[in-house]
Write a protein that binds this ligand. Sequence first.
Ligand SMILES: Cc1ncc(COP(=O)(O)O)c(C=O)c1O
Length: 379
Amino acid sequence: MFRLKQELRIPGPVPVPANVLLASARPMINHRGVEFKHKLPQILERLKPVFFTKDTVLALTGSGTAAMEAAVANLVSPGDPVLVLVGGSFGQRWAELCQSYGADLHVVSYPWGTGVDPQAVKEALDLNPDIEVVFATHNESSTAVLNDIESIGEVVKNYPALLVVDAVSSLGGSPLETDSWGIDMVCAASQKCLMTPPGLAFVSVSQRARERMEGVTSPRYYLNLLTYEKMLAKGEPPFTPNLANFFALDEALDMIYEEGLDNMFIRHMLMRDMVRVGMEALELELLVLDKWASPTVTSVRPEGFDVVEFCQRLREQYGLELAGGQGKFTGEIFRIGHMGYATPLDMLTTLAAIECCLGRYGVATAPAGKLWNQWIKEN
Ligand SMILES: Cc1ncc(COP(=O)(O)O)c(C=O)c1O
């Protein structure tokens, strides 16, 4: 039987370009040898513009959650008052991590499927001015909401608290201006918009974050970012890194710079808009309003059919892999990933498969195709 070609349209991991995969297949090198001493700082330097920072960017071997845990372990001592913004599974993850490290947890909850209101953050900080760190999510992948981190940064700037942002599913797909928006630490991962296999996590560290890390008493060893910084000064990682992923990332960064960051952001917005007009044409309800719509993932809440069964049929009959809902949206929504190595053509095939599976033809691809044509005309 024909082995279906799998179209991976989930919010990460994303399809990896063949040249990036090939780059990861080269023989191992000495991670403390001359070549890697040159490569490691060079790759981290090349990541800085993607992070919109002039400060340090560090890499850990691990998934995005390793970067998040590193942020908490290095910035929070037991009993420290922290504020976590929770409107989905990944905001919830911040809360669980802070709890694990014994923080005095304060939460601003916002409805799943909406973005956090910066005014609510201001009110929480006015009520608890001793908050030391605010943890936010840029792109809440569980709901497909892009939060307005610039406005949150504007608020947090007026208080002594540091601002830490999970940008695991947005870094490279949507601008996050770390330095100018006042973000002290950004967490990211290789397997999303950076179109590299899973296995590398990244954190940016501001001067304020670095100073705070020195005094934090939480136990940490593998995730001690001070060790990573100290070793980086010698061009070395503290532990044996995921070398294959570094080779891959280097190649992916070539592609990112070839396209240009601004063009990458525009491509992601075009794909978001194509998916949204396509879903509307199919009369499938979008979970998120335009103002919070994520450029990297779209969530759809259809009425009248079983989403789990629908995703299973798409997978088994069409080879299209979408993501289901998480947490309170389990069984209620499906999510279409459009990040990293994804193209407008991928959006048309995704829409076409969805409409075929629904038994409707040509309704969704026409308005999405029009958007693409208009974009081609303008660029
Ligand atoms: C917004 C966000 N944060 C954190 C994570 C966790 O990353 P990982 O699964 O790589 O640990 C994810 C993964 O999907 C995510 O989308």
